[in-house]
Design a protein around this ligand. Structure first.
Ligand code: GDP
Length: 417
């Protein structure tokens, strides 16, 4: 349960601007790494005639993870005064985007690491763009390596203004810009005397002050139907609640189709009867009527059903070595639904280096495009902005996931989210 409660942050930034050093420093200064482990690393470094580099901490965790030595190294955690943080892996922007779009990871906030000496790099802009399309709008800037610019307030101000411009162009804002030194530990976990002109929080203080994540239970009910059983004259629907809550006696709607019914009984996966259940739980729902239901439908509240649409405008991220061609037909998977779909149009391929849109009829590996998809069968979905968990899907070619998308707009009206 504690795992679910951790606040997932992704650390992004130009290579060499200090991401690993910063994470190592966070782990070290918050006591996430046992002292014995640190001592061993310090010794190893000394044997090679080096000081302990904080980025080694992360590397050592990475090695254990790759070798499957410790289960807990499957993810990196650190603790603030207010909550626990899970550091999402962002080895590269392609992996980050892939994980976010396919649903493997969901960052609530991003720490953008910028080298104060180097300034805003090309990759910095690219990362900001990716954060913007994935609706990760809670951003804290770690203006790192301030020791390299003698903790100059003028340099800090210059970069703060420059960053605000880049962010503004993407409709993003930074909640905080924290001048710090990951290597020396200034303003990372403890406030430093090095910048008397800075009155804001340390990085961890800034993170602790971010608004709590919007819990999936606070969104409208979405329960993608996995299986349907008949029980005499009635139907039992089985599936995992993605968002929202469901309670006995509630009026629900099955989309697509729009048939309504009431919840007669609710069971938790193990067979335990419940009066309510929420996001993350797998349930069996007995309906009071013999309405037609099938796998792939989504159960929602009658008052706020998901939208039904054949045609969707999406941000598409392509993963396959074989490019995607305009007009191609593939399999679309959304929740438990699966249908054939055509890529009706690739409206624009986005050059993430220059942030310009280029008309194109194909999309290469790791490319991002705005595209229009047309599903053969209607789908029950939401826009990503309204409901990240039910506003994304994947494309499948020859039984392999070759693309991920987030839904930007639906052709059919009717969403009540
Ligand atoms: P990454 O590629 O973004 O993960 O960057 P690293 O964490 O590997 O850091 C790149 C280099 O910058 C390493 O040599 C670090 O020691 C150095 N570095 C990181 N943070 C600081 C800092 O606050 N001050 C100084 N002077 N060097 C730093």
């Amino acid at each position: 349960a504690q795992r679910d409660a951790a606040f997932p942050v992704v650390i992004v930034g130009h290579v060499d601007h200090g991401k690993s050093t910063l994470v190592g420093r966070l782990l070290h200064d918050t006591g996430a790494i046992p002292a014995a482990r640190i001592a061993a690393l310090r010794e190893q470094s000394a044997r090679r005639g080096l000081d302990l580099e904080f980025s080694f901490l992360l590397d050592s965790l990475q090695i254990e993870r790759d070798q499957g030595i410790t289960v807990d190294a499957a993810q990196v955690w650190f603790r603030g005064a207010e909550r626990r943080y899970a550091v999402l892996d962002a080895p590269g922007h392609a992996e980050f985007l892939r994980n976010m779009v396919t649903g493997a990871a969901q960052a609530e906030a991003a720490v953008l690491v910028v080298d104060a000496e180097q300034g805003v790099g090309e990759q910095t802009r690219r990362h900001l763009y990716l954060l913007s399309i994935l609706s990760v709008s809670t951003i804290v800037v770690a203006l790192n390596k301030m020791d390299r610019v003698e903790w100059s307030e003028a340099r800090f101000e210059e970069l703060r203004v420059e960053l605000a411009e880049y962010l503004g162009a993407l409709d993003l804002v930074a909640q905080h810009v924290v001048p710090l030194s990951a290597r020396h530990g200034d303003n990372v976990v403890t406030r430093s005397e090095a910048a008397p002109w800075y009155a804001g929080p340390s990085l961890i203080g800034a993170l602790d002050g971010l608004p709590p994540r919007r819990q999936p239970t606070e969104l409208a009910l979405r329960l993608p139907v996995q299986d349907v059983y008949r029980l005499g004259e009635r139907r039992v629907l089985v599936g995992r609640i993605e968002t929202g809550r469901l309670g006995l006696g509630e009026e629900i709607v099955l989309a697509p189709g729009g048939r309504t019914a009431k919840v007669l009984s609710l069971e938790h996966w193990g067979g335990e009867a419940r009066s309510t259940a929420g996001a993350g739980e797998s349930v069996a729902v007995l309906l009071d009527k013999d309405v037609f239901a099938e796998r792939g439908q989504v159960l929602g509240p009658a008052a706020a059903p998901p939208s039904e649409a054949h045609a969707l405008t999406v941000r598409l991220f392509w993963l396959d070595t074989e490019p995607l061609l305009q007009g191609e037909r593939l399999t679309l998977r959304h929740g438990t639904a699966e249908t054939r779909a055509a890529v009706e149009a690739i409206d624009a391929v986005i050059d993430v280096d220059t942030l310009t849109s280029i008309p194109a009829e194909r999309l290469e590996r790791n490319g991002v495009a705005r595209a229009r998809l047309r599903a053969r069968r209607p789908l029950a979905l939401d826009t990503y902005g309204a409901s990240p968990r039910t506003g994304r899907g994947v494309l499948v070619r020859n039984h392999r996931i070759v693309g991920g998308f987030v839904v930007e707009a639906l052709e059919a009206a009717g969403s009540n989210l």
